[in-house]
Design a protein around this ligand. Structure first.
Ligand SMILES: [Zn+2]
Length: 141
């Protein structure tokens, strides 16, 4: 007898994701929207990479010593900008990881859905507006 082993391994679902906000699937219209957000995240990450690289390769030209203070100020701004860019890039990478885990678009704090409008404005958003507000408020308390 022919032994046709056609075990249905195609499209096997990945193991349940270990999402802090729960293991529910991502926002229903899912795929397309997620693909679009992924593309935007990757684009942003690439842009940040280029910006960081550009800053690194900034030619050192110090025409005169009076420029020193200006240079220091510029450097300090540069450092905080870079810190900001790196933090944003980390958020973006985490959002991409969430996609891999299948919990993109879900608040990592309370597990509720993050609105599409919010994600469209900030594809790296990982918290719903109420949770984000609460956390920001706590930061300043
Ligand atoms: Zn939330």
């Amino acid at each position: 007898m022919a032994k046709h082993d056609l075990s249905p391994t195609i499209g096997a679902a990945p193991p349940p994701a270990d999402c802090p906000g729960g293991t529910l699937p991502s926002v229903p219209p899912g795929r397309l929207f997620e693909d679009e957000m992924r593309a935007r995240l990757l684009e942003n990450i690439e842009r940040i990479r280029q910006t960081l690289q550009y800053d690194d390769s900034e030619p050192e030209r110090e025409p005169d010593p009076f420029d020193e203070v200006a240079r220091q100020v510029r450097e300090e701004i540069n450092i905080s900008v870079r810190r900001c860019l790196i933090a944003s890039r980390n958020d973006m990478r985490r959002a991409l990881e969430d996609m891999e885990l299948g919990c993109y678009g879900r608040c990592q704090e309370c597990g509720s859905e993050i609105s599409r409008r919010r994600l469209e404005a900030a594809p790296w958003a990982r918290f719903c507006v109420p949770c984000q507000d609460r956390m920001e408020k706590n930061e300043f308390d």
